[in-house]
Design a protein around this ligand. Structure first.
Ligand code: DQQ
Length: 520
């Protein structure tokens, strides 16, 4: 993904901000850049109690070019204050962009490890922060690694995961080996400046599976993120390092292929010594590219908090016209479910934005019904349902009419099918075929399996204009929709026996109160 600057895409700063502010599709309670382009979350962290979110930012316009690091802070992961740009290209190895990276605590000194881009190449760079994390000085040693390992034919080489292990540091750099698959190269260092190459942590197999599949590994792994979920610490050799005896080590990556940002996946497995033994490959979010390049951190409370980039589903021209592009996901907490897979939920702090509570149920869901008293395009919906085997439940959002479905109407439909069968495996789908009358936007269906123990479904849906985040028994599906009719209806429908124990709905307050300067 390189994105080209287009002269027609450059508009005066005030106009860019005004266009972004005027766009009805712009979310109100998700973090977005002041205007222009946003992509990956970077340097996500909590430092002296304050949360920091850095992000890939192009304040020049809504296209990917000569990327800076934007920066915002928050006391609660909900309300964000813009801070000065943290990194911007300068003469040297990052002259063409400061690409993705992480923040680490180097004995009290905030330190960024990121990919400096020069020409078509990215190399690891370091910058050291002031105690308030507001000004950053690039290390004179940059690039701190002068090139990808020699003797391997790589597809790309960038993005970093850095952690303390013993008395030193370890680092992964995302890459891919041509003809084999994605990988992460492992390094170690005592000072974050001089790095010894150890070897590939583990090499994927790009020839496995169908390249069109939603779990294809890709030919390069972007934004690798390795962490332990559950008991133990990453790299802690003291514990019993076998499957089932300690929390898995999760290796998250974004599968990329020849410029195509495909989808985030993760391995569960065990990191020990200098290598990683994989157990299972899973999809991280059923929305695929709509939750891309995620990065996570352990906060002071020990939660594993993850952010992802919600890419746009509209044309490059529409983005430029809108004056902004890219949404940061709500921060979500990763835990382990009964199947040993990751389960996600938005951080509880998001609930502070809830207003105008409405509760419905218990009752049966029969036929199709637009809910009276529930509606809007900034919503938090929590549903608790019992589904009989073979039943189907649908939740329509952003509906434009009292009887959606007719010609000229719009509605986005979340569907859960409880399949027959011993495993109880069921299906979550997002039907965007009627989300928008604008035929230029992406309307592909997104879906994936969910488990409904005993037919029980807990469904959480956060609607923020064009951004939709769905959690079905902890399985996330994130996507974008662009309704043109301003519809706000919420509709329930069912086939077969579906019992609604309870539905809670809230209108969600916005987090920004007006135009924000591109360069705070
Ligand atoms: N975006 C960054 C890269 C990363 C990609 C550049 C993932 O560092 O590989 O903006 O979206």
């Amino acid at each position: 993904m390189t994105g080209l600057s287009h002269p027609l895409a450059i508009v005066p700063q005030d106009e860019l901000v005004a266009r972004a502010e005027a766009d009805p599709h712009r979310p109100r309670f998700h973090f977005v850049s002041p205007a222009g382009w946003l992509n990956d979350p970077n340097g996500v962290s909590q430092w002296n109690g304050t949360y920091h979110l850095f992000y890939q930012y192009n304040p020049e316009g809504a296209f990917h070019h000569r990327i800076l690091w934007g920066h915002a802070t928050s006391p609660d992961l909900v309300n964000w204050t813009d801070k000065p740009v943290a990194l911007e290209p300068s003469d040297g190895p990052d002259a063409d962009g400061c690409w993705s990276g992480v923040l680490v605590n180097d004995g009290g000194t905030p330190t960024l490890v990121y990919s400096g881009r020069l020409g078509e190449r990215e190399l690891p760079c370091v910058a050291v922060g002031s105690p308030d994390l507001l000004s950053w000085t690039k290390a004179p040693e940059n690039p701190v690694i002068s090139g990808a390992p020699t003797g391997v034919d790589i597809t790309a080489y960038r993005d970093h995961c850095v952690w303390r292990e013993g008395s030193g540091w370890r680092q992964l750099v995302g890459s891919g080996i041509r003809g084999r698959g994605g990988t992460a190269f492992l390094y170690e260092s005592h000072d974050l400046r001089s790095w010894n190459y150890i070897g590939p942590l583990f090499i994927g197999d790009a020839s496995a599976g169908d390249p069109a599949a939603t779990d294809w590994e890709g030919t390069m792994w972007e934004c690798v993120d390795l962490f332990r979920v559950g008991p133990g610490v990453l790299g802690d050799a003291a514990g019993p390092l076998v499957e089932g005896n300690a929390g898995p080590d999760v290796l998250v990556f974004s599968a990329w292929d020849d410029g195509d940002t495909r989808h985030p996946l993760y391995w569960t497995g065990r990191y020990a010594g200098d290598s990683y033994s994989p157990w299972q490959l899973r999809r991280l979010d059923y929305g695929g590219r709509y939750f891309y390049a995620p990065q996570s951190f352990a906060d002071d409370g020990g939660r594993r908090v993850m952010f992802g980039w919600l890419q746009e589903g509209r044309t490059d021209g529409a983005m430029v016209e809108a004056g902004w592009s890219g949404v940061m996901s709500l921060p979500r907490v990763a835990t382990l479910d009964a199947q040993g897979e990751l389960a996600f939920a938005p951080v509880a702090e998001i609930e502070s934005l809830r207003r105008d509570h409405v509760r419905i149920g218990p009752r049966e869901v029969a036929g199709s019904e637009v809910l009276a008293g529930v509606g809007g395009n900034q919503l938090d919906l929590e549903l608790n349902l019992d589904m009989e085997t073979g039943s189907v439940f649908r939740l329509g959002i952003l509906g434009s009419a009292a009887c959606p479905g007719g010609a000229g109407t719009e509605e986005t439909v979340i569907e859960i099918r409880r399949h027959a069968g011993i495993s109880g495996d069921s299906f979550l789908a997002l039907d965007r075929s009627r989300s928008s009358l604008d035929l230029s936007v992406d309307s592909e269906e997104k879906s994936g399996p969910v488990t409904l123990p005993g037919g029980r479904l807990r469904l959480r849906v956060l609607v923020d204009r064009s951004a939709v985040e769905i959690f079905a028994n902890g399985k996330p599906l994130t996507a974008r929709v662009y309704p043109t009719l301003g519809g706000t209806a919420v509709r329930l429908s069912a086939e077969g026996a579906v019992h609604l124990r309870q539905l809670d709905a809230w209108r969600m307050e916005g987090i920004f109160s007006g135009p924000r300067p591109l360069f705070p």
